[in-house]
Design a protein around this ligand. Structure first.
Ligand code: MG
Length: 339
């Protein structure tokens, strides 16, 4: 493949309702959509999952634009690409910035799939015809949360993920368990806890959570291993896993029993597939996380989730969960918790 042109679209989408995590609240979603055309006019699409503010990781919409415009796009246009797996090595001279790389790499996979007359899922090696999906709910007062959970369960979503932070955890989970004793439930802390909170973290064990996601610092693997040894609840790592090497280290140290794979955070579909394979070899569970994507990023998440070891429902809900109108047609629709 020889690529002729890349167009970057900066779009701003209004969320149906604000999304709040331990780091802050989002009312609108700023993102970059990548439109990549090859010399035969085949167009592929990618999406940067960086937020406008660097509170999930250090990347932002602006830093991604800079990396794409000044470094990554010129590199991609400078060479012929035989296979999308060549893109990650091509970008390896540019340090980090995984979301910027993933946005362009995803568009290359899309062009490749179309040229192969196959779906994105097929060229990634995925075989499932449908995937189970769950829903993530931001921080809201308990009565609102219970109402939302009821609504999503009625829509058929297979598991509920809630956001927690110190002071907004035990009572909240107690309230949920009183009304919904047996639903598959997990809690995401987005790095809001420290060793001082050990008693609260241990108290979470009574709620039979599927997992607690990223309790400690976003760049830590070692302290999570010590914490996992003191908790019955499985730890899931999200922010800490940026590469397949990180996944190997976390598994070796016993830092987690579950890994949340996000295509943007790990630098693209190739690396996401590698992490999937490592977890499969070591029998560590994986699921696909969400970044409030538009339909383009959502479609990439769905394709990735068709790989065999994505055995837990992910965050990839239908478009209507976040948007009045999505940017793709048809929109992503979940039927009874399946896409
Ligand atoms: Mg998370």
């Amino acid at each position: 493949m020889r690529f002729r042109q890349v167009t970057l679209h900066h779009i701003r989408m209004k969320l149906k309702s604000p999304f709040t995590a331990s780091y802050g609240s989002m009312h609108e979603r700023d993102c970059i959509i990548v439109e990549l055309m090859d010399e035969e006019g085949v167009v592929g699409w990618g999406e940067s999952t960086a937020f406008a503010i660097p509170w999930y990781t250090e990347e932002t919409t602006k830093t991604n634009w800079h990396l794409l415009e000044d470094f990554l796009i010129p590199l991609l246009l400078s060479k012929e690409t035989g296979h999308p797996a060549e893109v990650t090595p091509l970008f390896s001279g540019i340090r980090r910035n995984p979301m910027a790389k993933a946005a362009l790499e995803g568009a290359v996979w899309d062009v490749f799939a179309q040229r192969s007359n196959a779906s994105l899922a097929q060229v990634l090696g995925g075989s499932k015809q449908a995937i189970e999906v769950g829903v993530a709910i931001g921080i809201v007062p308990l009565p609102d949360l219970l109402r939302k959970i009821e609504q999503y369960l009625a829509e058929g979503y297979k598991r509920i993920k809630v956001k927690i932070k110190p002071g907004h955890d035990l009572q909240l989970l107690h309230g949920i368990r009183q009304q919904f004793p047996d639903i598959p439930l997990m809690a995401d802390a987005n790095s809001a806890y420290t060793w001082q909170d050990l008693p609260q973290l241990q108290a979470l064990d009574e709620f039979r959570l599927m997992m607690i996601e990223q309790p400690f610092s976003a760049d830590d693997i070692v302290e999570h291993a010590k914490l996992q040894a003191q908790l019955n609840t499985p730890i899931c790592l999200d922010e800490s896993i940026l590469t397949s090497q990180d996944a190997k280290h976390a598994i070796e140290l016993g830092s987690c029993r579950v890994i949340n794979i996000k295509i943007g955070r790990v630098g693209g579909l190739l690396e996401a597939g590698r992490i999937h394979d490592i977890c499969q070899q070591h029998q560590v569970a994986v699921w696909c996380g969400g970044m409030l994507e538009t339909g383009i990023g959502r479609a990439h998440n769905i394709a990735l989730t068709t790989l065999p070891h994505f055995l837990l429902p992910g965050d990839t809900s239908g478009s209507a969960r976040y948007w009045d109108v999505d940017i793709i047609e048809p929109e992503v629709v979940a039927h009874n918790g399946m896409i």
